[in-house]
Design a binder for this molecule. Structure first.
Ligand code: PA5
Length: 450
């Protein structure tokens, strides 16, 4: 196991939470610990104790050799069925974006982007391509829409063997995609029961792509389990109160009470920057309820020092920050000795030292403006560490939801837009929405050209 990652709380309680007392939440520990113990035992929080891990490992080990015959993997999925895979891809498979890459290739189709889909289908060699359709519900229109088009393409390109090019990840028993898998005999892995999309990266959802890219996916699982272990081994109030996820949840709840409505996720691990976008969905979809929550703002160090940073530092004082660092990142080449005098201080230093210096500069600058900030310092940049980060952030999100008295596992508000889109497309059973669409469109007012 890697040496420890840690949270640096030195600059967390500053600004308007300077006098806040985290102990104010101590009375809630007993109730939260009971709930945690009960829900873990009932299998309702499988991202914490991963009761599915052994069977998943067996299934993934059985599936992986068959994936090796393909050069391209196309993932069809959206939201929690795609963002984790992309974060893992960018963190642990950067070679795909670099010169000279000879494969394999992972393509993640998580949008209604006819242009990209067309480009892929026009040039991918179907005989060397596996399509992984990921949908817990098995009925998400964007994913299923892509599936119909890609299924058609596979049939045309591969004839009778087309079904051997499809893997599904979906509910074990229910949904359209499960029916399709059964009908056509697709290779398949389940999304474990009670594992919601945005909490599911460490199941077949994220790990089939990870296995295809050759990652140490077992280490991802190990890392996340290690973070959850104290809680499922001994879910009492003392253990929970000492857990970093609880302390982050308390901090965030205090921040929200004091009007910090935005939470920057500033990644000074450049390859891990996509975890910010994965976290953004986890946080926003879990906590944005009943007027509560804080808006996650993924930011990339150092790139965004030249972009959104000005707003972070001198815009509205409504932002706190989770600041992701790792002191053992590769530092790369040394600056040459013939640097001009103006830059002489760089001579002999390594390129990566610039990142560390700028990370420190940004942390201090944020602190100087009174921005509450917790540094998440990873002990390394390997898969086990990523698993730890994933585990920590998932449990933090859950506990923050509980402290806000909202359900962090559902996402009811997003249904309305889906229903209206279905109505617009003429799906049956949406009479109210169809009438609402008519009223909305007729009230558009005048158009203004520019
Ligand atoms: O986190 C969630 O539950 C959602 O973001 C889902 O992942 C997303 O809506 C896709 O759903 P599904 O996996 O059922 O296609």
């Amino acid at each position: 196991m890697s040496s420890s990652a840690f949270l640096n709380w030195a600059h967390a309680y500053t600004g308007r939470v300077a006098g806040a007392d985290p102990a104010a939440f101590t009375p809630r520990l007993g109730e939260a610990a009971n709930l945690l113990g009960r829900d873990i035992a009932a299998g309702k929080l499988p991202f914490i104790n991963m009761p599915y891990a052994d069977s998943m490992t067996q299934q993934l080990e059985a599936l992986t050799p068959g994936l090796a015959r393909f050069e391209h993997m196309v993932v069809l999925g959206i939201g929690g069925s795609a963002l984790g895979a992309r974060a893992l891809q960018k963190a642990f498979f950067p070679q795909q974006d670099r010169p000279g890459h000879k494969g394999p290739w992972l393509w993640i189709a998580d949008n209604v982007d006819a242009d990209s889909l067309e480009a892929w289908l026009a040039s991918l060699p179907a005989e060397k391509t596996v399509v992984v359709v990921i949908s817990k519900s098995g009925g998400t229109i964007e994913t299923i829409g892509q599936y119909f088009i890609v299924r058609d393409w596979l049939r045309q390109q591969c004839g009778n063997s087309w079904a051997q090019h499809v893997v599904t990840v979906t509910d074990e028993n229910n949904g359209f995609l499960r029916d399709e898998a059964n009908t056509h005999g697709f290779a398949s892995m389940p999304v474990p029961d009670n594992l919601g999309g945005r909490y599911s990266v460490l199941s077949g959802v994220g790990l089939i792509p990870a296995a295809f890219m050759g990652m140490d996916w077992k280490a991802l699982v190990r890392g996340a389990k290690a973070v959850g272990a104290p809680l499922y081994a001994n879910p009492d109030a003392a253990t929970l109160g000492a857990h970093p996820a609880w302390q982050l949840a308390v901090w965030n709840t205090l921040l929200m009470k004091e009007g910090y409505s935005q939470l920057i996720f500033f990644s000074y691990m450049p390859l891990w920057a996509q975890f910010g976008f994965w976290f953004a969905q986890l946080w926003a979809e879990s906590l944005g309820k009943e007027g509560k929550g804080s808006m996650p703002l993924p930011a990339v160090g150092v790139t965004d020092q030249h972009s959104t940073q000005q707003m972070f530092l001198d815009g509205p004082r409504d932002k706190a920050c989770l600041f992701l660092t790792c002191s053992s990142l590769p530092e790369g080449r040394q600056f040459p000795d013939d640097m001009p005098e103006k830059w002489h201080f760089l001579r002999g230093k390594r390129f990566g030292e610039l990142l560390h210096a700028e990370a420190l500069g940004t942390r201090m600058a944020l602190h100087s403006t009174g921005t509450p900030l917790v540094e998440i310092n990873m002990a390394g940049s390997d898969e086990e560490q990523a698993g730890r980060l994933i585990g920590l952030l998932e449990i933090t999100t859950l506990l923050t939801g509980w402290l806000l008295d909202i359900n962090p596992l559902d996402q009811p508000a997003v249904e309305l837009g889906k229903r209206l889109a279905n109505a617009k497309l003429g799906a049956p059973g949406y009479d109210t929405e169809t009438a609402d669409l008519g009223a909305f469109l007729s009230a558009q007012g005048k158009q203004q050209e520019f």
